[in-house]
Design a protein around this ligand. Sequence first.
Ligand SMILES: [Zn+2]
Ligand SMILES: [Zn+2]
Length: 346
Amino acid sequence: MKAAVMEEIGKVVVRDVPRPEVEAGGLLLRVRACAVCGSDVRTIWHGSSHVKPPRILGHEVVGEVCEVGAGVSGYAVGDRVAVAPAIGCGNCVYCRSGHTNMCPELETIGFEFDGGFAEFMTVPAKAVRQGHVNKLPSHLPFEKAILAEPLACCLNGQEPLGIGLGQTVAVIGAGIIGLFHTELALLKGATKVFVIDVVPQRLEHAHSLSEKIVTINSALVNPVEAVLTQTDRYGVDVAIVACPVGQAQAQALQMVARRGRVSLFGGLPASNSLGFLDSNLIHYKEIGVFGAHASTAAQNRLALQLLAHGQVDSRHYVTNTFPLAHIVEGIHAMKEGQIMKAIIQP
Ligand SMILES: [Zn+2]
Ligand SMILES: [Zn+2]
């Protein structure tokens, strides 16, 4: 089969590899679409402690079951499915309490396992056993279902933030993740969302989603001052940092109200993650600061429902598809910020 193999840092090659064998308890999928994630771009250019090349990347993956491993029940050849890629052990304290994304033994498709930038992909038995293979709602096409995984990660990130009716929210970063956060905040009843970015086209796009969205170009104005001015100097109830920038984390603490909540959704490069947060702001303003990592199978199912019912309008995000042979082009376009999401169709 054809697959895009990350052979070393900075090098992805489309070539023939043996078609993978399905293990007992697992599934073999014919990949119908797999989207490039910002983390894939980061892994390709900077490496990842979870990826040992050669490796087929791709964790935002949907496909059709084409072989069912021995002992598997509940799935049949032809089933259309999306895979929740981050798989816990199923036994530890976190897994047992439903927070499988916090499992110390977490293994992820497209990181520790070969992923979806290929014609076929195996789903490990432990993923099938723990409910990570979600059947698609019948009227949800593959190219929209692909968004379930990043949307699920946003659902996970917002869980501790308590966004509700009448609240104000600031989202720093108007990429697909920032816009998903914005849409979810509005769904939960936020009255106003400030979307902050430095790229005018991204802000225009954000503005087109809802009249409740106020855009701020932080290349032109001080975003903290802009938010304070427009909130009677109280600040927002919730600030979400949806970009990998330490300075933005610092600004989030400054623009959030007393007793507000801040989500550090975007991780920082490992070499530059220290020294951005003023802990006195957290202390005196009684700010709650929360992290976010990956998502659970249940959050992926909820994301599929939101997409199937049009509560998050996927049309805005499914704009750039590439055949597998042209994957490198798609990855570059994302790296350069020309497109929001590259969707690969093997
Ligand atoms: Zn991702
Ligand atoms: Zn576990």
